[in-house]
Design a protein around this ligand. Structure first.
Ligand SMILES: [Zn+2]
Ligand SMILES: [Zn+2]
Length: 308
């Protein structure tokens, strides 16, 4: 099992004070110190087993929490405690919303009666030197705000490793880049989900959002197509789309009717680059084939080719 441990800090000043009195630390600095030691004892899900991978995420809400807690500071606290809170605030400001590192569970969990939690030894801790922000992976991993643990599917872990590796090149050099088609598919699904919201709500939410999107190089396959076939297909179409029968919508810079070649059985699905599998389409129809790939259209194109 691979899971994200979404840790935070209390909103209650007396709880932080309790931590301060006991160990002079909160989750964040004990986490950062553990990275130096290479191991830690941390709360884990009951069903954890040795070998599980734990990824540590400092909750997006953590900075808000400590700010809320510090608004309850009063003169009755010592200067040392004030300093401690300020240091913690700084740390949470820097790390809230970021993946900090990961480790491997190395012991069967044991139950702590006082905390009502299970704990395990986690070793082989690795700090992620350039932490990855939650916004960069929230599209494919939904972190439950209320639960501290999110279990990852294999493909999510693979994607996350790849994402971490973008800015930390030595951590997961073998993680494979996501497929561009899969990314586009996920994006379309996410849009569809958003579309279910009422217009006014969408407007409000969309207006609040504005960002420079993060960008990554992903892998994409390139097919080396035969230029003879491509030229013949164009000439055969003679300036008319082979699906809708309309004239090409414009001429290209050389004054040639603009049409796009399309493989009826897609190359990506093992289709051949051959004259019986290739047609010339107007951009609208080409899009349509890639979005709908309607069986009637396919039939239409195949008979059309046979007639040529
Ligand atoms: Zn057309
Ligand atoms: Zn195509």
């Amino acid at each position: 099992m691979v899971y994200i441990n979404n840790f935070t800090v209390s909103r209650e000043i007396h709880e932080i004070e309790y931590m301060y009195n006991n160990c002079k630390s909160t989750n964040i600095n004990s986490m950062l110190e553990s990275f130096q030691d290479g191991n830690t004892v941390w709360s884990v899900p009951k069903k954890t087993v040795p070998g599980d991978v734990v990824i540590f995420l400092c909750a997006k809400s953590a900075y808000k929490n400590i700010s809320a807690a510090s608004s309850h500071l009063s003169d009755c606290y010592s200067k040392d405690f004030f300093d401690f809170i300020n240091e913690q605030k700084k740390l949470y400001k820097q790390y809230s919303g970021y993946l900090l590192g990961y480790g491997v569970v190395n012991s069967i969990p044991y139950y702590d009666d006082e905390d009502n939690r299970w704990y395990s030894v986690i070793d082989r801790l690795q700090k992620i030197e350039t932490p990855v922000h939650f916004d960069d992976f929230k599209m494919f991993i939904a972190i439950n705000k209320f639960a501290s643990v999110t279990i990852l599917k294999d493909e999510q872990w693979e994607r996350l490793k790849w994402l971490i590796n973008q800015n930390n090149p030595d951590l997961f050099p073998n993680a494979s880049a996501p497929d561009i088609k899969a990314l586009e598919q996920e994006f379309r699904e996410a849009v569809r989900k958003e579309e279910s919201k009422p217009l006014e709500q969408l407007k409000k939410e969309a207006k609040k959002k504005s960002s420079q999107p993060s960008a990554y190089n992903v892998s994409t396959k390139v097919y080396f197509r035969d230029p003879t076939i491509a030229a013949y297909i164009k000439k055969r179409a003679d300036g008319y789309c082979q699906l809708c029968g309309q004239k090409a919508p414009f001429n290209d810079k050389n004054g040639e009717p603009y049409l796009e070649s399309h493989h009826i059985d897609w190359l990506s699905k093992g289709g051949m680059d051959s004259v019986d599998n290739c047609v010339a389409l107007c951009p609208d129809c080409h899009r349509k084939m890639h979005i709908l790939n309607d069986t009637n259209d396919i039939k239409h194109l195949k008979t059309k080719i046979l007639q040529e």
